[in-house]
Write a protein that binds this ligand. Sequence first.
Ligand SMILES: *Cc1c(COP(=O)(O)O)cnc(C)c1O
Ligand SMILES: [Zn+2]
Length: 405
Amino acid sequence: MTTIKSLQCRECKKEYAPTFKYICDECFGPLDVHYDFPSVNKNTFANREHTYWRYFELLPIAEKSNIVSIGAGMTPLIKAEKLGEALGLNNLYIKNDSVNPTFSFKDRPAGIAVSKAKEFGLSAVGCASTGNLASATAAHAAKGGFPCYVFAPSDIEHAKITQALAYGANFIAVDGTYDDANRIAAQIGDSKGIGIVNINMRSYYVEGSKTLAFEVAEQLDWQVPDNLVIPVGSGAMLNAICKGFEELESLSLLGKVSNMHMIAAQPRGCAPIVDAFKKNSSDVIPVESPDTIAKSLAIGDPGDGRYVLKRLKQYNGYAEESSNREILDAILLLARTEGIFTEPAGGVSVAVLKKMVEERKIDKNDSTVCYVTGNGLKATEVLMEILSKPQTMQADIAKISAMVR
Ligand SMILES: *Cc1c(COP(=O)(O)O)cnc(C)c1O
Ligand SMILES: [Zn+2]
């Protein structure tokens, strides 16, 4: 059994019982899960199932019977020799989270939140989504037997809408931005008692993403990487990855994590955290109308933006952006060197990684982990704008044979 000690306010540190609650009564700060961890060692996890539930003792679900799992996690950490060679890095890894069951890393936080909804006995779940969380929540809701309500901007990719509908979600396509959808989801969640995974269940939700730290640490044979390149929308994932590494250090599963460098990657057109970082400001000024092909990162008012800036300071990090063209080029570079096809969010990571190397902010012998968080099949439209559609040929061997050298 996992023992949660409390929910603790990230700002004023006030502690609360671990209930269906997410905001501090005193200061409105976000609440984080704190644990009384049992004693674990490297062998505890060694022969377990190949999903993130292998770290059950470190996750915020009390009873194993409440787990709602579709088999997510334990995705490959690829030694990216060819991409490394192209960029000039000797020790590059890709965490390929595009191969999760719903094809993005969102299966991690969604699975934890839906399991917690089961533990709380809630009757329905939902989310505010830029696209990928819709499918991740809907799939886990289907598996757990919950009705699911998705609130998302109407202009997200077709494949993402189709996928969420296929799992049976009620899809509310909002004519507006992600921030509009988020506001509506928050009010409906509170008034109807629905577990909105990334809003009123956020304290538990974010715990899923810290498994991106646990897996990388285990896959590197419990070594701390030097650099981590992380795509950032709300900033919840970057923050959770830091928390994950810190928990492993506190459990003596890892050495000192304070020398890691966290690199936040955002798309130009929706890069409020990069803007603040470059101005050396601790205030994130919201982007009113995000404009980027990286729709899963199109969050103009990032909930964890301030905390990402703190993490970048704490971990000697950087924040950098990439243009639409750089994103598309990076998608093709990754696909053509490593055989990994990512959506624009993953292109943002690779494009920013490339910039960091060019600006000599990453040493070529450092161990560097680049997180690729979503699958290319979810966003093919934008890519076809720069690829040429094959011309249809008559089924004639002679003519076609002339095309093959
Ligand atoms: C949601 C999402 C992100 C950003 O995660 P945050 O926790 O919002 O920062 C990155 N990549 C993909 C593919 C996503 O769907
Ligand atoms: Zn507080």
